[in-house]
Design a protein around this ligand. Structure first.
Ligand SMILES: Nc1ncnc2c1ncn2[C@@H]1O[C@H](COP(=O)(O)OP(=O)(O)O)[C@@H](O)[C@H]1O
Ligand SMILES: [Mg+2]
Length: 338
């Protein structure tokens, strides 16, 4: 890669996605870092580190530095960003401009730290963009008009809801109910219903394979293995999609209620626009089966999943360079670094 000039990065709680304006997505890896707990040395980042989750000996730990949409470990976040930027830029001579999207829950001080990490990794200029703005851009919505659009982004750590008009956010909210919470709810349900302990990866597999918040026409089943809490021995059981739906019901209602509260706070003209335009769903968590139908039933507004739900934000960060001058509100704190 000879001249990477503009780089868009979606620094998600579950995955980091890097997009170049002309080349599209060039990197997509889990936001995981494996460290030696004794020396704090970083052993691996991304795909390699992900493979270690739940399988590490005592002295190695695989951590998600952005868990739950906040920076739980500042130093690791910095190392992770640098690693990904260097991986994309290689021995690039031209210093790139970088547009970063960070989890909505992070504080100004933390954002500053992320910006500095990107600058230290070789950026000429760093911009921060708000997630819903990036998600809308990435999904191909023209947000420059005085017309309201509602975005629901469900990632790993947070679900973010925003109403956008004229390149800026009019109303928004963020709740810590998203993909990770779904997985945790599945782990609890399997424990309570079957006295079986399963790991987060198994819970995620169940969610993707037979997960639903609406119910399938024909029930689905999936065989899983875990440890029986009473005998302490391995056991195989069959889980049904109905069971997963029940496990996810409480989280589903929390998301629907957050949507409702944003609609209530939205100015009437924009509510009319949203009724016409529908609700756009982005983020991996939005891919759970039946969420669109649940939203439509609850809000009487059409909901549609973006064509590339997981990549929308990253695509938007790269596209944002074209409208950099107009995105006054989306670019929360533009900063220039030598
Ligand atoms: N097909 C799917 N069905 C349900 N959930 C999914 C699916 N694919 C990914 N996910 C979930 O999406 C979440 C990650 O979404 P993503 O948008 O990448 O998060 P982030 O922006 O926080 O990095 C994870 O919890 C993952 O389990
Ligand atoms: Mg995201």
């Amino acid at each position: 890669m000879a001249s990477v000039v503009d780089i868009g990065i979606d620094l998600g709680t579950a995955s980091v996605i890097v997009c170049l304006k002309d080349e599209g997505i060039v990197l997509e890896e889990p936001s995981v870092v494996a460290i030696n707990t004794a020396t704090k040395e970083v052993l691996s980042v991304g795909d390699e580190a992900y493979k270690m989750i739940g399988r590490t000996p005592d002295k190695i730990r695989a951590v998600r530095p952005l868990e739950d949409g906040v920076i739980s470990d500042y130093e690791l976040t910095e190392k992770m960003i640098k690693y990904f930027i260097r991986k994309v830029c290689g021995r690039n001579v031209i210093k790139p401009r970088i547009c970063l999207c960070v989890p909505s829950g992070i504080t100004d001080v933390e954002s500053r730290a992320v910006v500095e990490a990107a600058a230290a990794a070789g950026a000429r200029k760093v911009f921060l963009i708000e997630e819903p703005v990036a998600a809308a851009l990435g999904a191909g919505i023209d947000i420059s008009k005085p017309c309201g659009h509602m975005i629901l982004d469900i990632g790993g750590g947070t679900a973010d809801i925003a109403v956008i008009s004229l390149n800026g956010i009019v109303v928004k909210t963020s709740i810590k109910i998203a993909g990770n919470a779904f997985d945790a709810a599945i782990i609890r349900a399997i424990r309570d219903n079957h006295q079986l302990l399963i790991g987060e990866k198994m819970a995620e597999t169940l969610k993707r394979e037979i997960g639903t918040v609406y119910g399938f026409e024909t029930e689905k089943t999936y065989d899983i293995k875990g440890r029986n809490l009473i005998t302490g021995l391995p056991q195989k059981i069959t889980v049904t999609s109905t069971e997963i739906k029940e496990a996810l019901e409480e989280n589903t209602l929390q998301i629907l209620s957050a949507l409702h509260s944003v609609i209530e706070r939205t100015p009437p003209e924009l509510v009319g626009d949203i009724h016409t335009n529908g609700i756009l769903m982005t983020g991996g968590g939005s891919m759970i089966h039946g969420l669109d139908k649940r939203i439509e039933e609850a809000t009487k507004i059409k909901a549609r999943l973006a064509e590339q739900p997981i990549e929308s934000v990253a695509l938007g960060t790269a596209l944002s360079f074209s409208s950099i001058d107009d995105l006054a509100d989306g670019f929360t704190s533009p900063a220039t670094y030598k």
